[in-house]
Every structure is written in C-alpha cells, then in structure tokens.
Design a protein around this ligand. Structure first.
Ligand code: GLU
Ligand code: ZN
Length: 301
C-alpha cells in the first residue's frame, strides 16, 4: 500500500478585533502563497475566542477584504466561539491526566517575581476546593523544549526560563487561552504547516509541546517578518496610514509582495490582484523572505 501523504494544508487565523490591515494582509498573503505554490489547501479560521476583544462586524469585514484581494479560502470557515465544547473536552482530559493545575496568583505577584511564572501553585492542589475552582486560572505543567526549527529563520532557541514556564490554558475569567485553542484547531483542521507573523515565533515550542501531549503530529512552522511603524511597535488597527482600504488593491498587494521579497515586475504593477497572485504563486519561495523579525513599514509607503 502507498503511504498516505497528507495534502499540504495551511491556514490564516485572524482575530476579529478590527479590519484587515497591512500587517495582517502580509500574514494572509504569505500563508496563501505558501499553500498554493504547493497545490495545497488554505483554510480560514476566525479566532474569536477572546470575546471581550472581538469587534462586531470585524470577521465579515476581514472576509470581504480577503476576497477583494483574491485570497479565496478552501472549505468552511471555522469560528472558535462555536467550538467551546471541544475545548472543554480537551481541558477535562488534561485535568484527568494531572497535566494542568489551578493557580490563583495575581498578575501583580507574577510581575514582582520577574514576569515569568515560576510554578508557585504547582503543588498547592487549589482545585481540591470546589468553591475556589471557578476563580482559578489553569496552567499546563510545561514540557517545552528550548530548541525548534523555523522554516524561515532556521534553528531557534528560547530561554530555559520561558521554556519552563507553566503557561495558562484556561484563564481566570473562564476563557480558554490562545495557546490551547490554536493547537486544538490546527489539529482538527489537519494543518500541516503554519505560516504566520514572527511576533508569535517564541510561542512555537509551547504549541509543539501541546501537540505531543495530545498525541498529535505537530505542523511545521515558519514565521514572516512583522511590519512595524517604529522598532517594537506593530501596526495597529487604528493606524490610518496602514489602513489598506485607502490604497488600491493592486498597490497594496504589490507592497505586500515587495515586503515578502517578491517585488512585482514593473509591467504588472497596476494589474488586477488575481494577475498578481497568479504571477506570485509559481515564483513563491520562503527563502526569498527576509530574516529580519521586524521591517519598518515606512519603507512601503
Ligand atoms: N489570531 C492570531 C493573530 O491574529 C494568529 C494566531 C496564529 O496564527 O497562530 O495574531
Ligand atoms: Zn499560581
């Protein structure tokens, strides 16, 4: 029998906290091109788990903008807000396996200890007290490696301190954390490769460790430089200069492709977005993407 090789499956996973801007268009376009250059599938997931930060109408505005740029996704859109029962199952499983524990430490206490959680509650058995259970955050006993391989940046290392941190998988306010749901979703959607912004690169070993705990195969990860307005300042959804709705779609997409190390030939500059994408798909190589964590957005204005 022939071994079954899974179809390349990538994804774009925006948080609907505002309209799609230049920074998120970079993440969308790079993951799209990486998938399409390998005849793969490109899925869309709306990361609306953090309900207090979710803005009404943002998800549909993001989808409209993706379509305007010719970035058509495959299959149905997944919404995290509709998957709470699945997350709860995984949470119960981790709890039964004693892989997580309740924690009542305040943000202030943790920042007084240097900002990294040192496992204060690891053996306190706080969850044994039923009355207290609802007011606890839940942390995963870390099994995170310091080393990992990134498809763009190569061999990477995080600090031992960060690797050892028992991170939150369910927040004190009862919401499941990004760290938990991103892994469950990537697993359930059969994602074989994650291409996303470099602001999340240090989270990769946490996600890989959680895949392993769940007995699932981890996808490969590649990170794309982040557009910043000044060193350390990511583009914000409120920044009008980078609101792509003020640019023509062709202009904005040409800027994104230039940012990604694939400058569009002069004769294609004003071409419709589908022509730009059709040009870019066979050209696309992650190796052409810059290995800087941040690139100043002013270079693309
Ligand atoms: N929802 C996250 C964001 O918009 C992306 C998560 C991911 O790609 O893993 O920043
Ligand atoms: Zn604690």
């Amino acid at each position: 029998m022939m071994p079954i090789v899974p179809v390349y499956t990538g994804r774009f996973a925006p948080s609907p906290s505002g309209p799609l801007h230049f920074g998120s268009l970079i993440a969308a376009t790079s993951s799209y091109l990486q998938a399409k250059s390998q005849q793969g599938k490109w899925l869309l997931r709306i990361e609306d788990i953090d309900s207090p930060r979710t803005v009404a109408g943002a998800a549909s505005s993001i989808m409209q903008t993706l379509e305007q740029f010719g970035l058509f996704w495959d299959g149905p859109v997944i919404y995290q807000s509709q998957r709470l029962a699945r997350y709860q199952d995984i949470f119960q499983q981790l709890k039964q396996q004693d892989l997580i524990y309740g924690c009542d430490c305040s943000r202030k206490q943790i920042s007084e200890q240097g900002g990294i959680y040192l496992g204060h509650c690891a053996n306190r058995q706080l969850a044994a007290n039923q009355d207290k259970q609802s007011r606890l955050a839940w942390r995963l006993r870390s099994t995170v490696n310091t080393n990992f391989y990134d498809l763009v940046f190569g061999q990477q290392q995080i600090s031992q301190k960060l690797a050892n941190e028992d991170y939150i998988i369910k927040r004190r306010d009862g919401l499941f954390s990004y760290q938990l749901v991103v892994v469950v979703d990537d697993w359930d959607q059969g994602i074989t490769e994650v291409i996303r912004g470099a602001d999340l690169i240090d989270m990769t070993p946490r996600q890989q460790a959680l895949f392993k705990l769940l007995g699932a195969a981890s996808p490969n990860y590649g990170h794309i430089p982040v557009a910043v307005t000044a060193p350390g300042i990511k583009l914000s959804k409120q920044n009008h200069a980078t609101d792509i709705r003020h640019w023509s779609s062709s202009d904005a997409l040409a800027k994104v492709l230039q940012f990604l190390g694939h400058p569009v030939p002069l004769e294609l500059k004003a071409a419709p977005v589908t022509d730009l994408l059709n040009w870019a798909i066979p050209q696309w190589q992650l190796a052409k993407v810059s290995r800087q964590y941040e690139i100043l957005q002013t270079e693309f204005n």
